[in-house]
Structure formats: structure tokens, C-alpha cells
Ligand binder design. Sequence first.
Ligand SMILES: NC(=O)c1ccc[n+]([C@@H]2O[C@H](COP(=O)([O-])OP(=O)(O)OC[C@H]3O[C@@H](n4cnc5c(N)ncnc54)[C@H](OP(=O)(O)O)[C@@H]3O)[C@@H](O)[C@H]2O)c1
Length: 273
Amino acid sequence: MIVVTGATGSVGRALAARLKGLDVVAAVRRPAGDLGIPYRPADFERPETIGALLSPGDRLFLNSSIWPGFADAHRAVIDLAARAGVAQIVTVSVRGAAPGGRLASGLHGIVDDHLRQSGVPWAILQPTGFMQNLPYDFAAGVMHGSYGTAPVNYIDARDVAGTAAALLTAPVGPGRDHVLTGPESLPHARIAEEIGRVLGRAYRYVDLPVPEMAARLETRGLPRLQAEELAALMADIGDGRWSSTTTTVKDLTGRPPRSLAAYLTDHLHAFSR
Ligand SMILES: NC(=O)c1ccc[n+]([C@@H]2O[C@H](COP(=O)([O-])OP(=O)(O)OC[C@H]3O[C@@H](n4cnc5c(N)ncnc54)[C@H](OP(=O)(O)O)[C@@H]3O)[C@@H](O)[C@H]2O)c1
């Protein structure tokens, strides 16, 4: 059986759709009848509820959003999966994850290291930012950031799901990190232009120095430290570290990752102001 956590999220929903009809179950914390696959109650805050769904030979998709208890909870689930005799864990991390890294990058780095040493066969997906963030980032037609002018890569979360589906349904291979990207990298000013071109109205990107961006994020409700880290992370990415592309999505799924234009065309409704 394939056990899918985070099944109601942007990656998980697309993965559930791809696994429909197979021996699969979603581990969810709320009823999820709209997923179209069987589901059972489970919560990362009580890792044993996920462990209880695991049997020898199962494949586990390990994925959730980030919260302060993320690393402890995910490590606990990995240990329970090892004890249950799970045949493979496929997890969603982030490009450049490393222990000690900023925000999600550091938490993922801790979990990734734990998984590599768990004894369970593993695959770690390391995607760039999701295109699915863009409607939120460009709410009201303007995005503020500290990325500067460097090209930045975004990937459609559906391609992360497609890659996970390929790995979860093929014979288990050697443990490997898979850096996943979309097909093109663009400066944020060009991303704004592209959104405007497809949607037929003006979109803008406004670049701010890190302290100003941090202050802006703080006024929007982020705690100060988190706001400072997020603005600094944008500037880190602005050094070009997310500008290269990989062929991993095509190599594993047989089809190229979706372009920004394709994502936009499929998600026009998400940009309604
Ligand atoms: N977003 C990006 O740009 C991006 C880029 C690279 C990597 N990533 C990584 O991708 C992963 C998924 O991100 P996402 O944006 O797809 O997340 P998402 O859409 O917010 O989905 C998160 C999923 O996790 C579930 N979840 C959260 N807390 C849970 C808990 N305590 N117990 C059970 N389920 C729980 C949510 O369930 P509910 O529906 O019940 O809330 C939801 O199904 C994260 O690890 C993130 O760091 C994201």
C-alpha cells in the first residue's frame, strides 16, 4: 500500500489524483471525501497515528507544511516507518536544504539527514518555489521582495506530485536527492510581466532592501525574527542559487515540467482580485 501524508495540500492533492485506483490511503487530520482515494485519520502532532497505518512493504509519502514541531514529528514518523518495515519513503524537502539553514531549509535539512540514516530506502525531492504561491505573492497585482534582478526558478506543484508518483510506483531505487525545477528561470520583474501578459492586466514586482522587506513582512503579521529571516532568504536566493534548471522531472516522469505560462493558463481563477 502507498500511504500519503499531506494529501490535502498543493502537492498531495495532485499526487492523490495520480494514485487513484491503486492500493493507496491518505493520512489526514480532517475528513477528505473530495480526494477520491480512501483516507484515515492521522496527525503529525501524534506521530503514532501515522505509524499505526504502516505495514511491512508499504511505501510512504512523507509531506506536510512547516510548523515549529515539524522536524521532531517527521523524524518520529521516519522511526516508526523503519520499525514497521516500510519499503520506501519519498519526502518533499526544498532545494538547498541543510541543517542550520534559514527557516524551512534548516528544518528540512534536519529531517533529510535523519531519513538518509534511517535504514529505510529513501528519495528526497528538493523542489524550488511552487508556482502555486504566485497568486498569493501577487495579490492586488504587486509583489514585494528582496530577490533583486537574478533569475529565480519556480516549479508547478503538480510536477512535484508527478515525480513523487513515478518514484512511489517504480521499483525502489538507490537513495538519492532529486533537485526538481521548472523549465525556465526568470527575474521577478519578468515573472510579473508574464502574469500580466497571460491575464491581460498589469502586474508589478517591487524590489526592497532586506531591512525594508523585513519591516513590511512584520507589519503583515510575521514575528520579527521570522520576517528578518524570510527577507534575508529572498536576498540569498537573489544571488542566483535558484537560477539553474535540472532535467529531473522529465528524467523521472517522461514529460517536461510545466512552464509558467501553462501554470497561469490553468489557474486564471486563482488570480482574481
Ligand atoms: N510552497 C513552496 O513554495 C515550497 C517550495 C519547496 C518546498 N516546499 C515544501 O513542500 C512541502 C509541502 O508544502 P505545500 O506548500 O504543498 O503545503 P500545503 O499545500 O500547505 O499542504 C500541507 C499539507 O500538510 C498537511 N498537514 C499540515 N500539518 C499537519 C499535521 N499536523 N498532521 C497532518 N497533516 C498535516 C496539511 O493538511 P491540512 O489540509 O489538514 O492542513 C496539508 O495536506 C513543505 O514541506 C514545504 O516546505 C514548499
